[in-house]
Design a protein around this ligand. Structure first.
Ligand code: NCD
Length: 293
């Protein structure tokens, strides 16, 4: 695999190989690369989990993360994304992890001689989040075929929803959506359900963060209204199947997408998702930079 740009580009076999290697790393540990490798993590949008989790994965594989802070870089002098990336290549980086607010920013990077791992592009794709979500689902159920998954919330603005829909359908899960009308996507129209109905059958309830920063107008909901109409709360929790799981990519708006008391509740796997993110990113880096020694 040369790059990891979106889940569309991965086959079922690619996805399963990455997940199984991540599970093996989780169970048996990992050996650092024998050959020295250098990665720059270029984050043009804020991040806590994805950036730190890549840094942790790189550290565990013995890869040097070359510091790059967009606010102190020549981007503020108007340097293009392409020239910033070409510079990293010229300086000797073996690969780049990039997060950027522009959908499909990576199309500008044809001509770059080093691999790119997409850490999230606008409302487009977030392949490593999807892979860690898939790893967490697979760890729980041992299969994707026939699982009922409901993705709930700000669908239209969510790169997590887009990547997970592509991947889960490819893997044989049944995906339905639940969202306020203004955050539904037209082409998914017939797959929308009322959350109260969908969650009773669901094996996986995947909540999405309300993407305030991608809205032109302020959302019409208060935190409490959103939670009551579209979020997970104790009332809905009681109607879930007993082996179903609640997922959220985080950061969580506590009390909005999910009630405070459920974030670390028994059926929530939110912090397990984060933990699995390190193993999935080690697996992706191994896939792209060559096998660990
Ligand atoms: C997600 C993202 O940035 O797309 N967060 C993450 O990477 N864990 C989800 C979000 O911010 O809503």
């Amino acid at each position: 695999m040369d790059n990891l740009l979106s889940m569309e580009h991965l086959s079922e076999a690619d996805i399963m190989r990455i997940i199984k290697r991540a599970l093996d790393f989780k169970e048996n540990g990992v050996q650092p690369f024998e050959e020295k490798k250098y990665i720059a993590n270029l984050f043009f949008e804020n991040s806590t989990r994805t950036k730190t989790s890549f840094e942790m994965a790189e550290a565990k594989l013995g890869i040097s993360s070359i510091p790059f802070d967009v606010n102190f870089s020549s981007v503020s002098k108007g340097e293009t994304l392409y020239d910033t990336c070409k510079t990293m290549e010229a300086l000797g980086c073996d690969g780049l992890v990039i997060r950027h607010s522009e959908n499909k920013y990576y199309e500008q990077l044809v001509g770059l001689g080093i691999p790119v791992i997409n850490g999230g592009d606008g409302s487009g794709s977030h392949p490593t989040q999807s892979l860690l979500d898939l790893m967490t689902i697979y760890e729980q159920f041992g299969t994707f075929k026939g699982l009922d998954v409901v993705i709930a919330g700000d669908i239209i603005h969510s790169r997590v929803a887009h990547s997970n829909q592509q991947a889960l359908e490819k893997l044989g899960a049944n995906v339905v959506f639940s969202a306020p009308p203004e955050w539904q996507e037209a082409h998914q129209g017939d797959a929308y359900r009322v959350l109260d109905e969908a969650l009773a059958e669901a094996d996986v309830i995947m909540l999405l963060r309300v993407q305030h920063e991608r809205h032109d107008i302020r959302a019409r909901f208060t935190k409490d209204d959103y939670n009551r109409l579209y979020g997970m709360n104790m009332k809905r929790y009681d109607r879930m199947k007993k082996n179903a799981i609640i997922m959220h990519p985080a950061p969580v708006n506590r009390g909005m997408e999910i009630s405070e008391e459920l974030v670390e509740g028994e059926q929530s796997v939110i912090f397990r998702q984060m933990k699995n993110g390190v193993f999935v990113r080690m697996s992706v880096l191994t896939e792209i930079l060559g096998s660990a020694g």
